[in-house]
Design a protein around this ligand. Structure first.
Ligand code: NDP
Length: 296
């Protein structure tokens, strides 16, 4: 039986830490502000944005939201970005991905002021992360690091295999875990859809991270006894539930759990951590922009 890694509990601890930092900011007359921008009316994106706004309210971050018409030209979105860059009450913001097809998301990211880019996706922030001088660690990889730390999983010298090389999960996580740092120093193998003999690479892992987007693709034959398994995947599959679907990870939990030493469930593993780390980056951004020392 593996130990279940409780992302909700670790995320609650992080929110507790943030409350202290938010008080420090309040003592200096500042309140952190996070804005979300949604272009179009994608229902899943709307849900994500609503969740982020609710999270802000719960910890005492001022939430702002801007809707941009899905048919508007890119310039309209850029004007919103420019005004958020100039807004002193907004310390961090994000443009919810995906944007409509006629908008170049990379151009959007480049336009965000790097010190307000609390997702950590701006090229300057990506560069700083790779250079070992991260301003804001991207939320999901940072959340994974915090989970490992909370459950005393030492990354030093560990063989880590990451399945998935995306811009938002696999790549930044690989960079963070290989860094010469207390929460790094791992030997990292990054795999993807062109990897040959994937199972050989996943079986060599002390820590296996799945960030693929394919329901239950990591089966028991791909995991060695005693592996720490982190499942980033969140996939909707049809199910006989009220909503008509359920959320499952990239790991076949029931099959892998008996072999793992520790494992994250889906939901309740990495997901809550991603949300908590966005709040963390926002509070950190407020500290930087207000010139207030916050202990994060
Ligand atoms: P992407 O689609 O951007 O990347 C998926 C990666 O998996 C790609 O590198 C792809 O390879 C690789 N891949 C796909 N199929 C296979 C395969 N059969 N074998 C090996 N590698 C494969 O996804 P994201 O990183 O954005 O998201 C991954 C999952 O994590 C999704 O389920 C998403 O919903 C979830 N997610 C969860 C978050 C959370 O907070 N828990 C946050 C972000 C994402 P290639 O590059 O060759 O195409």
């Amino acid at each position: 039986m593996a130990e279940h890694i409780d992302g909700n509990a670790v995320a609650a601890d992080i929110r507790g830490e943030l409350e202290g930092a938010i008080e420090t900011l309040a003592d200096a007359g500042a309140r952190p502000g996070l804005a979300t921008v949604l272009m179009g009316d994608d229902p899943a994106s709307q849900t994500y944005v609503n969740m982020k706004q609710r999270d802000c309210e719960e910890v005492g971050i001022e939430g702002h939201h801007v809707d941009v018409d899905g048919d508007a030209d890119p310039e309209t979105l850029y004007e919103t970005i420019d005004s958020l860059n100039a807004d002193e009450n907004v310390h961090g913001y994000l443009v919810q991905d995906p944007v409509p097809d006629h908008v170049d998301y990379r151009e959007v990211i480049r336009r965000i002021a790097p010190e307000k880019d609390v997702d950590g996706f701006h090229p300057e922030n990506v560069g700083r992360l790779v250079a070992g001088d991260a301003r804001y660690r991207p939320c999901t990889p940072h959340g994974v690091q915090k989970l490992l730390e909370a459950y005393d999983v030492d990354t030093e010298g560990a063989d880590v295999t990451i399945v998935g090389r995306s811009r938002i999960v696999g790549k930044p996580l690989a960079n963070l875990l290989m860094q010469k740092a207390d929460d790094g120093n791992a030997t990292v193998t990054v795999t993807h859809s062109r990897t040959e003999d994937l199972a050989a690479k996943t079986r060599q892992a002390d820590i296996l991270v799945a960030a693929v987007g394919v329901p239950a693709m990591i089966d028991a034959s791909m995991v060695s006894e005693g592996t720490v398994v982190i499942d980033v995947g969140i996939n909707r599959v049809d199910a006989d539930t009220e909503k008509g679907y359920e959320l499952v990870g990239d790991v076949d939990f029931d099959a892998v759990e008996p072999k793992a030493s520790k494992i994250t469930p889906v939901p309740g593993g990495v997901g809550p951590m991603t949300r908590a780390m966005l709040l963390y980056n926002t509070v950190k951004a407020a500290g930087i922009q207000e010139g207030v020392e916050v202990d994060l």
